[in-house]
Design a protein around this ligand. Structure first.
Ligand SMILES: *[C@@H]1O[C@H](CO)[C@@H](O)[C@H](O)[C@H]1NC(C)=O
Ligand SMILES: *[C@@H]1O[C@H](CO)[C@@H](O)[C@H](O)[C@H]1NC(C)=O
Ligand SMILES: *[C@@H]1O[C@H](CO)[C@@H](O)[C@H](O)[C@H]1NC(C)=O
Length: 381
């Protein structure tokens, strides 16, 4: 499982820490984590009827006036939880290895005289897969931010397997059975609207424009939540579902009544792993029909599996662990390298957002997709 040269380099590196490479975009990235409490809702999964409380990380493009600083990728207790979980899949991660991972970020929020004012960037609100920590999409979020988007990732309480708040309190997952999934999707969609409200009020310490374009992006159940959030809230102009089956009222009702006069269809991307398409997932057929065929683009990523759309491929590569040798792990992450998976997933998201926000031409979108030979166009707009 652990190749010797990698093990040696890991042991050398573990003396200090393992740094993810700086993202490739033109901007540095400022990150901050904030707990947000919605006092207008009790949490439907809380055994004590507490207010709904989400944990968010904001990734903001900036031009850093000071040297970048390492920032932990994952807090210690969460790292321990996932190290143990990976062991049950047959993947041994050395003690302390996950906790030693660091990002390179700008320690300061963009100042008033920064040439990269947050108010000029479009916004992406991100929701993770069922049970999966938002932290496992940090590299994707940082990478998108470096190209000029403000990205906010959300952990939804009682859904995330292990949600560690900054004060070290932990909320673990409720037993979300199939019949509770629509309630979970609804709660997540409301979280996405709430986070946008809070962002606009400045709760995350970054001033955004009220007129900035806003997209919703989600992986797996987060992709269903993104679609449901668009049905509930017309402020979300573009949506992307990475590899998630669809649940909730949006499957039958589509985008709902848009009370704006423009009856433009809001663009939505379904981006599945190899062989996950409307042919294999009936919820996608129903969704495409009710959303309106003209609004949906469907793509398939060859050599990918469900977690190719997360940080796991990059993370295992950085740790020097050949997860693809472990059958349970290969069936989660597929065979693309971490670097390539990130390049393609980020590139397709960017291409689709440029198309969706700017009302760009479908031809230009298809041209952009040609850069990625692993991407197959299943349905085009
Ligand atoms: C979750 O709930 C279902 C139905 O109530 C039950 O059958 C199952 O054992 C529960 N699972 C856990 C892990 O508690
Ligand atoms: C993070 O944001 C909070 C407000 O939510 C602010 O008080 C804190 O100073 C920020 N931290 C950093 C490192 O900028
Ligand atoms: C996808 O389907 C093709 C054709 O049925 C098959 O050859 C291939 O192994 C499948 N890939 C995966 C990842 O299941």
């Amino acid at each position: 499982m652990l190749k010797l040269p990698y093990l040696l380099s890991f042991m050398a590196a573990s003396v200090s820490s393992l740094l993810f490479p700086q993202p490739l975009g033109p901007y540095d990235v400022y990150c901050n984590t904030t707990k947000l409490v919605d006092t207008s809702r009790t949490d439907p999964f809380s055994p004590h009827q507490e207010y709904r409380a989400v944990l968010t990380t904001i990734f903001t493009p900036t031009l850093c006036p000071n040297p970048l600083k390492p920032r932990p990728y994952i807090p210690a207790a969460t790292a321990k939880f996932y190290t143990d979980l990976f062991t049950t899949y047959g993947l041994t991660i050395p003690d302390g290895a996950l906790a030693s991972l660091q990002l390179q970020t700008c320690p300061d929020p963009p100042g008033p005289d920064s040439r990269a004012q947050p108010s000029k960037f479009p916004i992406i609100i991100f929701s993770p897969g069922l049970g999966t920590t938002r932290l496992f999409y940090t590299i994707l979020a940082q990478s998108l931010a470096s190209t000029g988007y403000i990205v906010i990732s959300i952990d939804h309480p009682y859904d995330t397997e292990f949600l560690e708040f900054p004060d070290r309190t932990v909320v673990t997952a409720a037993n979300i059975t199939d019949d509770l999934v629509p309630l979970d999707v609804d709660a997540r969609a409301r979280d996405m609207s709430f986070v946008l409200d809070q962002l606009r009020l400045g709760a995350m310490g970054v001033r955004v424009s009220r007129t900035a374009d806003v997209a919703v992006l989600g992986h797996s159940l987060g992709g269903a939540a993104a679609a449901e959030a668009m049905r509930q809230d017309s402020r979300f102009r573009v949506g992307i579902n990475l590899d998630g089956s669809m649940y909730g009222p949006v499957v039958r009702q589509g985008p709902g009544d848009d009370d704006d006069d423009d009856d433009d269809e809001r663009p939505f991307l379904l981006f599945g792993h190899e062989n996950k398409t409307h042919v294999t997932d009936p919820s996608w057929v129903e969704f495409i029909n009710s959303w309106g065929r003209g609004g949906v683009v469907e793509l398939e990523l060859e050599k990918a599996e469900h977690y190719t759309f997360s940080d796991l491929p990059s993370l295992l590569d950085l740790l020097g662990l050949d997860g693809r040798q472990v059958p349970a792990v290969k069936s989660m992450i597929g065979s693309l390298s971490g670097e390539r998976a990130l390049e393609v997933v980020r590139g397709v998201i960017e291409g689709f957002l440029a198309y969706g926000f700017c009302q760009g031409s479908p031809e230009r979108l298809l041209k952009c997709l040609e850069l990625y030979t692993e991407v197959e166009v299943v349905e085009r707009c």
